[in-house]
Write a protein of this length. Structure first.
Length: 238
């Protein structure tokens, strides 16, 4: 189970999602055959994410709920943070209102802090800000949310900081219009570091697409070109 779990993480980082799904399926089968352990929660959560790629959202949602129950039962914080990020980042958003996933992401953040898994805490912090914005949180509340999590990311100097700042650009542009944005994003530096990293590159194009949509230059943007660039970046991420 530990080997499959570690190999899935490697596959995810390099963009081999289909291969990663095989390891997740193996974890789920082992749990069904020999019984559950603390890593069964992770296997169940990641299997739910894999099923989401087939558009079977209701089945994925049921596996996601099972993953949460297993995670709470075994109380392993390191696995728990991965479980809560996984289920709230994919299966839940297709079945439940986006606002309902924010408490799950906050739980993932606190689990990450308590277990020392700062990478997971960083990802959850980023998604909390994104979900808060996408679910319609007021700019005043959004400013407070962004300050809280961006300050934490900066203070801990986590590797994902630039990725987080990239994802935050659409909402940061809105906050700039109100004079409330003190965070600067170095686009040139970001592209130099992550141009060949599919997931980070896709985040850049999506952020650019959203940001430009609200500007006066929107009529002059080649939306098809930007959209295709983003899709090309994530073709390995079902």
């Amino acid at each position: 189970m530990r080997v499959c779990y570690s190999l899935y993480a490697c596959c995810y980082v390099v963009g081999l999602q289909i291969l990663g799904s095989l390891f997740v399926t193996r974890m789920t089968n082992l749990s069904l055959k020999f019984g559950n352990c603390y890593l069964s929660a992770a296997g169940c959560a990641l299997f739910a994410v894999a099923i989401t790629a087939t558009n079977d959202f209701l089945t994925a949602y049921e596996f996601a709920k099972a993953a949460i129950k297993l995670s709470d039962h075994y109380s392993d914080l390191g696995v728990g943070t991965a479980v809560y990020i996984g289920v709230s980042g994919s299966p839940y958003i297709w079945v439940r209102h986006l606002k309902e996933t924010i408490p799950l992401m906050k739980k993932a953040f606190h689990f990450g802090l308590e277990s020392g898994c700062l990478n997971y805490a960083s990802y959850s912090a980023t998604h909390i800000m994104i979900y808060s914005f996408a679910s319609g949180e007021s700019l005043i509340e959004l400013q407070e949310t962004c300050e809280l999590y961006l300050n934490w990311l900066k203070e801990n100097n986590v590797p994902i900081l630039q990725f987080s700042q990239c994802c935050m650009q659409p909402m940061m542009n809105l906050l700039s219009a109100t004079g409330k944005n003190d965070y600067q994003f170095n686009e040139k530096q970001y592209l130099e570091h992550f141009r060949n990293v599919a997931w980070f590159n896709a985040a850049y194009h999506l952020s650019k697409l959203q940001s430009n949509f609200w500007t006066s230059e929107a009529a002059n943007i080649d939306w098809v070109k930007i959209g295709r660039s983003g899709l090309d970046s994530i073709k390995h991420f079902p």
